[in-house]
Design a binder for this molecule. Sequence first.
Ligand code: GNR
Ligand code: NI
Length: 168
Amino acid sequence: MALRTILRYPDPRLLQVAAPVERVDDAIRELIGDMADTMYEAPGIGLAATQIDVHLRIIVIDLSEKRDALQVFINPEIDNAGNELAVHEEGCLSVPGIFENVERPGRITVRALDAQGQPFTRDAEGLLAVCLQHEIDHLNGRVFVQHLSRLKQSRIRAKLAKQERDAA
Ligand code: GNR
Ligand code: NI
């Protein structure tokens, strides 16, 4: 297990579309372990492989208070999205310090493979629905700020650039 470096917006590698996992083997499980370590250390409630510059369709999520309920989604697909939209404030480990409201379907059904390669489906609402859509966006090369107005996006890029300058 190892910590990996999280890419920061607007790194162009965050725009890559991830490829499906063809076989869930020990190398994939080791990668999942690294993703979980990196998510817990950050700390965050989810992480997509894209964020650590691995362009495979893998997500880890843990919404539990005790940080002991890891959920793994390999090759996730949104099977069904409800018509009702919900607004939730989002943040992203790749966009540190920025929190903005995003509107998305409030209920979804996701189909995926688990860490054993077994298919399963999960109905999600609330924070799990938000997080799954946020992570699946990453796998498709999309960062949550891309849901915001162009003006907000340019303000966010300016703020992040200033953060980097002040940190240097
Ligand atoms: O840690 C995270 N918190 C969060 C809060 C609201 C909506 C989405 C998220 S996901 C984020 C971790 C992350 O960047 N995942 O890609
Ligand atoms: Ni994110």
